[in-house]
Design a protein around this ligand. Structure first.
Ligand code: SAM
Length: 324
């Protein structure tokens, strides 16, 4: 084949309308910064990597960007400046070793939840090391599973685990089933109402048709670990949450109910108490101001030992652990 006669002869080569990526990234960073986005440079880079279909680390190798790709980039920058969550724009969220599909209608998994599931993974591994090798893997349940972050991490990282994920919201269930199908390790999905309480923020009337312990009757008293990130925010936080959260996460994923946000965690603790075998483990995320109240509600419910508040990387109370 003869060599091309002009630089435009090869598909994908720059044209007169192509623009230098570094200049576009700098302009996008300024726009996101002005909109109050917390990490404007990183977000601009991640959006550019997304539209270009390259890992972020390869951006320095890209100089010029075709006009149509640039149009898509600026459309996403505009939506991010409107405070749509970055993960809704790229369609994916990273959680431990997993990449999960997310979007409007499902809670975006958070880094702090990685520590909650990490505690359960480490504790189950330590317990397994003192058990006979032929013992079956642990039975684990993720209550309020959302996109499946906790359940899928357990299935991915706990050898031989039998993992169940319970979620009520139909939109979240769509993402959950999609992530289970795409990720590989088996997770059984249950459409059931874990809380069974009118939080006032979600279509609880519809969900209440499938009470959790009906759907999980076969698991009552035989679960080795329940791990949960339930809705727990107190009403007082409604005035202070970032727009990405308040406008885009489903309200029933956020607000715990009862004013102090503890109705959701209390209901999850009750479901965990019924599901766990004697000696089974419980880990539940909560808000940074709820450590003492959550320890007190477990103590008041009775039947729990080793109740402890654990901290996140920023040193804030972040989750409770206990043994049945
Ligand atoms: C804070 S989000 C956590 C999602 C996921 N576990 C994570 O960490 O990314 C809470 C989840 O609880 C679900 N949820 C709210 N009320 C529920 C109920 N009554 N029964 C079951 N799930 C519920 C929401 O739909 C949402 O997916």
């Amino acid at each position: 084949m003869p060599p091309p006669t002009s630089r435009h002869a090869w598909p994908g080569t720059p044209t007169a309308t192509d623009r230098l990526l570094t200049a576009e990234l700098a302009a996008a960073t300024r726009r996101l910064e002005a909109a109050g986005v917390a990490s404007p440079r990183t977000d601009a880079q991640l959006l550019a990597a997304h539209v270009l279909g390259v890992p972020r680390g390869r951006l320095p190798l890209v100089r010029e960007v075709p006009a149509d790709v640039l149009d898509r980039f600026w459309d996403l920058v505009g939506r991010r400046a409107g405070r749509a969550p970055l993960q809704h724009l790229t369609g994916e969220a990273y959680f431990r070793h997993l990449t999960l599909a997310v979007g409007p209608g499902v809670f975006v998994p958070r880094p702090e939840t990685e520590a909650v599931v990490g505690w359960a993974i480490d504790t189950l591994a330590a317990e397994a090391s003192s058990m006979p090798a032929e013992r079956p893997g642990p039975v684990c349940v993720d209550l309020c599973a959302g996109s499946g972050a906790i359940a899928l991490a357990l299935a991915d990282e706990v050898a031989g685990a039998e993992v169940h994920a319970v979620e009520a919201d139909p939109a979240a269930l769509t993402y959950l089933r999609r992530n289970v199908a795409a990720t590989g390790p088996p997770v059984r999905v249950h459409a059931a109402d874990v809380l069974g309480i009118p939080t006032g923020y979600g279509p609880v009337g519809a969900w209440a048709q499938v009470p959790v312990l009906d759907g999980l009757a076969g698991l009552v008293g035989r679960v080795d670990a329940v791990v949960s990130n339930p809705p727990y925010l107190p009403d007082a936080d409604r005035a202070v949450v970032e727009p990405e959260v308040g406008r885009h996460d489903p309200p029933w994923a956020l607000w715990g109910g009862g004013g102090d946000g503890l109705a959701g965690p209390r209901a999850v603790a009750a479901a965990a108490a019924a599901l766990l075998r004697p000696g089974g483990l419980f880990a539940m995320e909560h808000a940074d101001g709820q450590g003492a109240a959550i320890r007190a509600l477990l103590a008041a419910a009775g039947g729990w030992s080793e109740i402890a508040t654990r901290r996140d990387l920023a040193g804030r109370d972040r989750f409770v652990t206990a043994r049945r």
